[in-house]
Ligand binder design. Sequence first.
Ligand code: SF4
Length: 318
Amino acid sequence: MIPLTKTIFLPKPRGFCAGVIRAIDIVDIALERLGRPVYVRKEIVHNRFVVDRLAARGAVFVESLDEVPDGAITIFSAHGVAPHVWEEARARKLRIIDATCPLVTKVHIEVIRYARQNYSIILIGHRNHDEVIGTLGEAPNAVHLVSSAADVDALENVQADRVIYVTQTTLSLDDTQAIVERLKQRFPAIVSPPSSDICYATQNRQTAVKVLAEKADLILVVGAQNSSNSNRLVEVARNAGTAAYLIATARDISGEWLEGCFSVGVTAGASAPEILVLEVLENLRLLGFTRVEELEIIGEDVHFPLPAPLDKFDRVVS
Ligand code: SF4
């Protein structure tokens, strides 16, 4: 009998999206052109490896603007910020470079537009996620946050005849659909966003994981614990009936997971760099998974331009 070759399935797309590439490029270019230090409010993207690399180059990551000296160059992360953060930055004369993903900005603009028209706005998202905090901050009196169908049932003070929903960009498509169905039952006149707020990268990676789940015994998702889209990939795989785990690095792989496994799917969240995927492949190779099959599931060709010239600021002498 010919022994089965243990196989790794590697889908495309996986890993970095256009918004993450742009945000990281902004920090790299700012360091190159403007010199150290460059302050970054919050993790530029939710990945420790990325943050540590940029910190080693001279980026200073802070949780709040209080930690930034007056007038310093400060970058806002890909997740976006609430207007009060902009106001504080202007008052402190910080020199801001905004790395908010344009697809997050799209949701902010929807909230601003409908709040001005006096709509009730239902934001589907995860409480305390950086992106949700920023979006909510655009119209805190008009926005109602929901994370589940039960939250929809508990909603109060919503104008049933003047209501719209928007979503966080990195949600599970299937879970969100269930919440939207409940919203439509409760508020038949609810307006949908002109196009899905769940971004192309989130949608494509979830579609790819569903294909992976049909082929692999186990799925490993490379991504950070606080990465929303990475967590959703694990959920999508499990909902499709395949065992799946979130791993920050190759070191997190447990031998137990691989017992009886002949095929492993390896993917990565939108903020996880490819080098971490390559380390996982090497680790799996050492554990006997010697064949790699690439699966081209969806083509991606999305690029976002950099924000207004990064060199409009004077160089900072460190
Ligand atoms: S996951 Fe989507 S919304 Fe988030 S940075 Fe990437 S492209 Fe933008």
